[in-house]
Design a protein around this ligand. Structure first.
Ligand SMILES: [Zn+2]
Ligand SMILES: [Zn+2]
Length: 180
């Protein structure tokens, strides 16, 4: 069974009324998911499986998409193709049939279903995708970066600055730091 959604939120109220072990599976597509103040994930495609547990639903997610970052060497776009697979759990705060509060899980920063029994898979996906992204993104593995003298993008042009000037500068710095 597949049901594309537009906001990565899934209603699991019906599943919560089933026995432990009952499950649902959906495919999803989403054009964009904001990851943090700067980054967005685009063209997201994935599958999610929800399995009823005693305290909520277990979720298995497989998703992929692209994240445009900035190359640390040349500052041009460095598009990352990201794929994540993870298993996590959403906990219910209230019993789906009686509405009575449920005990808190002894887990640090658990994910919760909201009061309408919606599972926000996007919230979870955001955390896992951020962990997957490189700390030092490169536009390509052999990016030549920017000239430290004039700022020219050395991938597209060869500037007239001497490549030895950097070494000379460091040599001067070394003597300054280590006065004889
Ligand atoms: Zn680059
Ligand atoms: Zn230069």
């Amino acid at each position: 069974m597949s049901k594309p959604t537009t906001n990565l939120k899934f209603n699991v109220a019906q599943l919560l009324r089933e026995y432990v072990g009952g499950s649902r599976q959906y495919d999803f597509v989403e054009s964009v998911l904001r990851l943090d103040d700067v980054l967005e994930m685009h063209d997201i495609v994935g599958e999610v499986r929800f399995t009823r547990t005693t305290s909520g639903v277990l979720v298995d997610v497989h998703a992929r998409g692209t994240v445009e970052m900035e190359c640390v060497r040349c500052l041009n776009p460095a598009v990352q193709h990201v794929e994540v697979r993870f298993r996590d759990e959403f906990h219910s705060r209230i019993d789906v049939t009686t509405g009575t509060p449920l005990p808190q899980p002894d887990e640090e920063d658990p994910f919760y279903l909201d009061e309408l029994h919606m599972a926000d898979v996007g919230e979870m996906l955001r955390e896992y995708v951020l962990l997957e992204l490189p700390m030092q993104p490169l536009c390509r593995s052999d990016c030549r970066g920017l000239c430290p003298e004039c700022g020219a993008d050395l991938n597209v042009e060869q500037c007239s600055c001497s490549s030895t000037s950097v070494d000379e500068r460091f040599a001067t710095l070394r003597t300054l730091l280590r006065p004889e």
